[in-house]
Write a protein that binds this ligand. Sequence first.
Ligand code: ATP
Ligand code: MG
Length: 578
Amino acid sequence: MRASQMYLYTLREVPSEAEIASHILLLRTGAIRKLASGVYGFMPLGQRALRKVEDIVRQEMDAAGAQEIHMSALQPAELWQESGRWAAYGPEMWRVKDRNGREFCLGPTHEEVFTDIVRQNIDSYRQLPVNLYQIQTKYRDEARPRFGLIRSREFIMKDNYSFDKDEEGLDISYKNMYDAYSKVFDRCGLNYRPVEADSGAIGGSGSHEFCALCEVGEEEIIYCDECGMAATDERAEFKDAVMPQEAELPLEKVHTPGTKTIEEVCDFLKVPQDKSIKALLFELYNDELTDVIGYVAAFIRGDRQLNMTKLVNALGCHEYAIAFANEGAMHGVTGAVGGFTGPVGLHDCKIVVDSELVNAKNMVAGACEEDHHMINVNYGRDYKGDIVADIKLLQAGDPCPVCGKPVKNARGIEVGQVFKLHTKYSEPMHLTFKDENQQEHPVVMGCYGIGVTRTLAAIVEQHHDDNGIIWPMSVTPYHVMITLCGIKDDVQVAMAEDMYKKLLDAGVEVVLDDRDERPGVKFKDADLLGFPIRITVGKKAAEGQVEYKLRRGGDVEVITPAEAVEKAIALVNAERRG
Ligand code: ATP
Ligand code: MG
């Protein structure tokens, strides 16, 4: 491609809402254009890179024995009503009506659709296993679209679904997909980590997320160097600390003026924070999110943090249907008092107690009375939980749930996730098969997703410097940039044109920068656009030489055009598959 003919419009300034490198650079290089909040279009360079990520995904899915199909983004409500998710999915689902008032959604995911497709054909064990995939556009009306392609409202996902006759079959399919995902992300040049994950709204149990490691990632990963345990912080189990055994002392109310926080009350009473109980107050909403239908008080040790996902799972509610309580309104119903709420004296609300508190003796807790706390609060004698569960966050330095050594933390971008669905969809949607004895069973399913557009952004996030993108060869829009400095210099032009032709003939994707621009502008753009190989044709052309340089660094080599072409072809062929 000749740069003079390209639809290429780089930006000097990007909107301030672009906070992270991938968002800024994809906009600056003109790879993507914003259409609306969380909705982007792909310009030629972005589209080429995206196609390459898609191709890698497609090749690895095909190699793993999955077959490609393509389903519509538009999905009839009836399918979601069958699975029970029409009501449960919440405000992230983009709901639309046709001219006759029939309800549809723009699919946020496709479990129902694939289950429906397969049930139309499969009825015997002989037809299983099946694994179908698509690379297709998804819609989620995210509460906070941000970071460009990383959290958008329209995005491309590769999703596939496996159908097996039993759990052993599912284990094989799951492992097969897990391995395929590792190959995909290796080939994309990502530094990533598979971690155990919560299975969220899609349900089922058994799940891993593939996280591209980087500081701006929204996913917090907890891992252990000793035993290899790695999980999202949402998922990471917390083994309860062994509490000292003490005799239970008499419950007492004490005056603690103005001590609203754990720190303040513990300082005031001169007790360590692990001897105190922290209260977190929530209100629950109906599915339509119009009314508060109840209150929740969650209690954890004063030095711990609440794990919202564990709380939501313990309550069995939807994440979108729970919010921090309006304390005034909650007081009227439950007796909770902002900053002074404890489990003793609280009424008419669901009490969730962290499992660790059950054996914690003589604790300090709010007294549900302004400026007062209780001391010597003991579980069982003084209060009980409606639910007792591990609802605390495992944080860096806490003991590993597997081996007890202190864990570490890192941040990552979730680029893919694999789930064991078991029979979560096949049962309600009656996807069954007959075994050898004509006995009917629900099909055992798995589902697997890769955020294709998010993966593209994660690649840029991990491969850039202050000057621009540094594309890995496997996904770069073009392999080589030939910068022609003197467009009016016949020797230079002839040399550049000759290399351009030779590289194209060898199947190398190359841009010849033949624009009428100063060399400085061209060099800046070449850095910004970040194709892996740069060949500069300048003054040294007179001596039969060009400059050969890699965008990722290393020395500038002054060599003949023939050598440059040869080197470029060799490197492209060595690295293009990733
Ligand atoms: P998240 O927790 O980040 O909201 P998710 O767990 O809800 O994502 P999945 O249902 O597992 O997402 O979807 C599969 C993949 O699709 C994710 O691993 C991610 O790469 C991608 N994805 C999900 N939501 C978005 C989004 N809003 N924008 C871009 N990619 C997304
Ligand atoms: Mg996920």
